[in-house]
Write a protein that binds this ligand. Structure first.
Ligand code: S3P
Length: 332
């Protein structure tokens, strides 16, 4: 059982945020099994819902949502009550508390955007020490411990460089990978590859046949070699099968050589979408699906650069959000 704790920054746009790098350093220094992800959110309601659905322990909230999120929270600290805005949210078993530490800032008001993707060129939306200070306060609130500032500071000079022309959509069955992947590809005029479809074409068998006739292990080997091949393409959008990130090497290659977008639909919506789909050998009974769903969350969280929610948005809206994030980070 993976006891990974999730933390996040929520914003729109959010791919430019350096907070995941800063927190990676902090968690490492503190010996915590935790990951900090970017939530590319449509609005504050979606942000609060995602925090609850994924069991995210704590999140920093970027400026477009700081006021809007208040009605979705269960409790507010003094600062959040006074200002009517929250820049930090803590999740205690689904009960969300909003904090506002902005009055403690000496510099500019932090947003999610620290400039063009991990670089020094381009727009500087805030002083780095503003971001560092905000994240240090968030760390204190999230963990009750003193932030390892020296370590966190090192991340300000680090770069997180997802590949701008290779986009990989990952996520659980039914999240929309096979429909959203092609839509992103059309918008960016890039070729699209669907890993499952390629395997079916190459083997002349359906995924279901491969599972029943040869077993999951054989399927995973096909999946791995297909992904290796795709990563040699210079421009593409890849819809990876739901379990492709279970292979550590494949997951690492995706993270190193692609922009990895986690498409996420909540459990109820996922059940509704795939409940009776016999082409998906792993979508068996309800219990199995719930267990698979929960068990996969840490794997997707570790692999992604960005999470986009797909429950209530159209294919076009989700694709547009991905293109928008990529334009903001890579300069369109
Ligand atoms: C799987 C997901 C499926 C397919 C296979 C295994 C998984 O792809 O690769 O049935 O392990 O989650 P989709 O996520 O496209 O349904």
């Amino acid at each position: 059982m993976d006891d990974l704790r999730l933390f996040a920054v929520a914003g729109n746009p959010v791919l430019t945020s350096k907070s995941p790098l800063i927190f990676r350093r902090a968690f490492e220094a503190a010996g915590m099994n935790a990951v900090y992800i970017r939530l590319a959110m449509r609005d504050a309601g979606e942000t609060a819902q995602t925090i609850r659905e994924l069991g995210i322990s704590g999140a920093t909230i970027a400026s477009p949502f700081r006021e809007e999120i208040i009605p979705f929270l269960n409790k507010l600290d003094k600062g959040a009550r006074k200002t009517g805005a929250a820049n930090i949210v803590v999740n205690d078993g689904g009960s969300l508390t909003g904090y506002n530490t902005e009055r403690e800032n000496t510099g500019t008001t932090p947003t999610a955007n620290a400039g063009t993707m991990g670089g020094d060129n381009g727009r500087k939306a805030e002083a780095p020490d503003g971001l560092l200070a905000e994240n240090a306060r968030a760390f204190r609130i999230f963990t009750g411990r003193e932030p390892p500032l020296k370590e966190m500071e090192k991340a300000l000079h680090e770069k997180d460089r997802p590949h701008p022309h290779r986009i990989c959509v990952i996520g659980f069955m039914g999240a929309g990978k096979s429909s959203i992947g092609p839509a992103v590809a059309v918008k960016l005029s890039m070729p699209h590859v669907d890993v499952d479809a390629s395997i079916e074409k190459k083997t002349g068998r359906t995924i279901r046949q491969i599972f029943t006739e040869s077993g999951e292990e054989v399927f995973r080997r096909h999946e791995k070699s297909e992904i290796e091949g795709i990563l040699g393409l210079s421009r593409c959008v890849v819809a990876a099968g739901g379990g492709s990130v279970l292979d550590r090497e494949s997951a690492k290659s995706m993270k190193d050589f692609c922009l990895v977008v986690w498409l996420f639909a909540g459990l109820n919506e996922t059940r509704r979408r795939i409940g009776a789909d016999s082409s998906r050998p792993l979508a068996l009974g309800k219990k199995t699906l719930d267990e698979l769903f929960t068990g996969r969350i840490p794997v997707y969280a570790r692999t992604c650069h960005l999470l986009v929610k797909t429950d209530e948005a159209s294919i076009d809206e989700v694709a547009e959000r991905i293109v928008y994030e990529s334009d903001k980070a890579f300069g369109g």
